[in-house]
Design a protein around this ligand. Structure first.
Ligand SMILES: *Cc1c(COP(=O)(O)O)cnc(C)c1O
Length: 372
């Protein structure tokens, strides 16, 4: 089945009682036992499982082509669940420009539990190979990366991980399963902040982990149940509601991003555009091989410095200045400001999440905001 069809039908089996075409929200936290003590529908208590969440997890497993999926209360909670698969003394390797929340999670929380992290340029496989130790148990990939849109070769990195008995986990938030399916490229785990494209409307927080093999499902189910960072049934229902339009949202956002990247690239006041769909992007070839589309995210550096970048963002009328991404509305952000003092992001960089406005209106807004 094509992904557009899966997005409409996965997790949406008709309910036998009501024959409702649209899934309902089950708010109940507890479920009745049969006379013999068993649970006829398999549900016991809301933290361990809920029918609305179950539908969402089933849909995500199908979309990513995995054995099982686990929903969490945020992307950070999903990442934390993956790290909880490790034990004291284990070593993990992460990209040097990964999402700052995951970076701080490893540095400020996991380090205290004796998990050691090394940060490398994932585009440089020699550097990655040199960072591998006998204790390396996990290689974390984020591609395209945030906010520099660097591209990492998932198949090559998964192979390197497997050679030393480590797992490869991919943060697939930016690409979405519509453009990139890491499990089919050899990755063991896929993680999402479903707050972004999967939710798609900037109105819920969520995360998800999808596992390739059924053997990895049991430990994650235990972590999900016992750590308890589960999403509400209503948020799972919102995700189910958003899923059918995901392919068409990202197709439109990607087409507009490509046009905007081309416009910015020829603009005299733009120093650099980071978008993997541009033929001169250093990761273009790998992206073209492992992605079905280049996505709706791009970054650009305004000529001058931080002041010039801030001034351009301040003049935008349609595009809002806010963090987050993947929603129906276009958002722009001065990324260094949000990443804090440890940031390595260029001070003149603006990150742009392309929304569903007409691209002509977005181009007009950018043209009037950038000095001529
Ligand atoms: C937003 C984001 C996260 C964190 O997800 P939350 O839902 O905010 O907890 C992780 N990775 C990437 C790439 C993100 O964009």
């Amino acid at each position: 089945m094509k992904l557009e069809t899966l997005a409409v039908h996965a997790g949406r089996a008709v309910e036998p009682d009501s024959q409702a075409i649209t899934p309902s929200i089950t708010l109940s936290t507890t479920f009745v036992r049969a006379e013999d003590g068993s649970y006829p529908a398999g549900y016991v208590y809301g933290r361990s499982g809920n029918p609305t969440r179950g539908r969402w997890e089933e849909a995500m497993a199908q979309l990513e082509g995995g054995a099982a999926a686990f929903a969490f209360a945020s992307g950070q909670a999903a990442a934390a669940a993956i790290f909880q698969l490790l034990k004291t003394g284990d070593h993990l390797i992460l990209p040097d420009d990964l999402y700052h929340g995951v970076r701080y999670l490893t540095q400020d929380v996991l380090a205290r539990w004796g998990l050691h992290s090394t940060f490398v340029d994932m585009g440089n496989l020699t550097q990655l190979a040199q960072a591998i130790r006998p204790q390396t148990r996990l290689i974390w990939v984020e591609t395209p990366s945030n906010p520099l849109l660097k591209v990492a070769d998932i198949a090559a990195i998964a192979q390197m991980a497997h050679e030393v008995g480590a797992m490869c986990a991919v943060d697939n938030t930016w690409a979405t399963p519509i453009w990139q399916r890491p499990l089919t490229l050899g990755a063991d785990l896929v993680m999402h902040s479903t707050t972004k494209y999967l939710g798609g409307h900037s109105d819920l927080l969520g995360g998800c982990v999808v596992v390739r093999d059924a053997a990895a499902a049991e430990p994650l189910a235990t972590i999900q149940k016992l750590s308890g960072a589960v999403p509400s049934p209503f948020d799972c229902w919102l995700l189910l509601r958003s899923l059918p339009t995901l392919p068409y949202r990202v197709q439109a956002q990607t087409a507009a991003a490509q046009a905007i990247a081309a416009f910015l690239q020829q603009h005299p006041q733009v120093e650099w555009v980071h978008y993997p769909g541009l033929p001169d992007h250093p990761g273009h070839e790998v992206a073209a091989r492992q992605m079905a589309g280049f996505g709706g995210m791009l970054s650009f550096q305004v000529r001058g410095g931080e002041a010039e970048a801030m001034a351009a963002a301040a003049k935008l009328k349609l595009i809002s200045r806010a963090t987050s991404l993947g929603g129906v509305e276009s958002l722009i952000e001065h990324r260094a400001s949000v990443e804090g003092p440890a940031t390595t992001t260029p001070p003149n960089l603006l990150r742009f999440s392309v929304g569903l406005e007409h691209q002509d209106d977005l181009l007009e807004d950018l043209a009037q905001a950038l000095p001529s």
